[in-house]
Design a protein around this ligand. Sequence first.
Ligand code: NIG
Ligand code: FE
Length: 396
Amino acid sequence: MLFSNLKLATMADGSSYGLIEDGAVLVEKGRIAWAGPAKDAPKGDRIDCGGRLLTPGLIDCHTHIVYGGNRAHEFEKRLNGVSYAEIAKAGGGIVSTVRATREASDEQLLKSAATRLQSLLAEGVTTIEIKSGYGLDVETELKMLRTARKLGATYPIDVVTSFLGAHAFPPEYRDDHAAYVDLVCSQSLPAAAREKLADAVDGFCEGIAFSVDDMDRVFTVAKKLGLPIKLHAEQLSNLGGAILAARYGALSVDHIEYLDEAGVAAIAQSGTVAVLLPGAFYYLREKQHPPLAALRAHKVPIAIATDLNPGSSPVHSLLATMNMACVLFGLTPEEALRGVTQNAARALGFTDRGVIAAGLKADFVLWNVERPGDLAYPLGFNPCAAVIRQGEIVRG
Ligand code: NIG
Ligand code: FE
């Protein structure tokens, strides 16, 4: 199968977007057999792409799409002057979603998550990361992860999961944080690993959540279980979570608005990806920007993701997230596209996707746009013409 008559944004290193003006891609058995200028193309059954732009399939590398309930009323509260941290301390926030998620049936969880997933699929997302973290007891954490796996088995998308038992302290452990960390380390996380429900281990390291020492304990167990780690770090303050994560060779540190130069140097050293989440910054009306200049100077790979969740980022669009990363954080449109392809793949530990090159997975999106920079420009407009997964057209 030769996809031809297309503009090719390979996202390969080097030149701008790895752009090939008149390109072609040969696909065999779900993989890219060859990609390059049309004039050099090998033979194959031609599919005429009408001169459109082809990019790698998009990757949303940080989401919380499995949850019960609704928190729109907290948006109203925040706009009436109550802060995100105050709402959390008063038993709202993450903990209120925990109540609703514990109460939700398997069917309800699957159905509501599938609706959210549809929005992302429509924009060419072919790989998604989904976290637990709204169960906070053994059974509900597993229920969330099983739901995520089921989404991957049902829809044309690769799902990778992160165990996020260390997301918040559940009400029953409000006065005994150490005992909850014990539960995560000795029961929830080992159970998730036993059932092969967790591809990575994540946490929320923050004043209103887990301390660096708490996360150190959780990561020690993750390491013993052979699971890679990630961390929500330096979102609301600089606690040093990123430096801890770097010590464990983390795949990514996420949010990082308050990350300082020492933290940037540490993650540069460990090859950890910086995942920026402009949706949460936007919704929480934060003022502190992530240290983009330092990340660039230290050549830290930058990814971006929706952080789709019921509280801080009800953002159902990766294209809108690319735009926000440009407008709010100052990323270039090329950095934004690299952030949802090549670097998002790295944030999930994948080496087989995120770029269009021979040997990699044939996951692509065909777009009705003139240039790759156009993808990050509009808001509320979806130019996706077709989605190709493992060489098969699954949409369009
Ligand atoms: O990534 N930072 C912590 N966790 C989520 C927020 C979850 C929520 O508010 O429900 C985040 O922003
Ligand atoms: Fe998150």
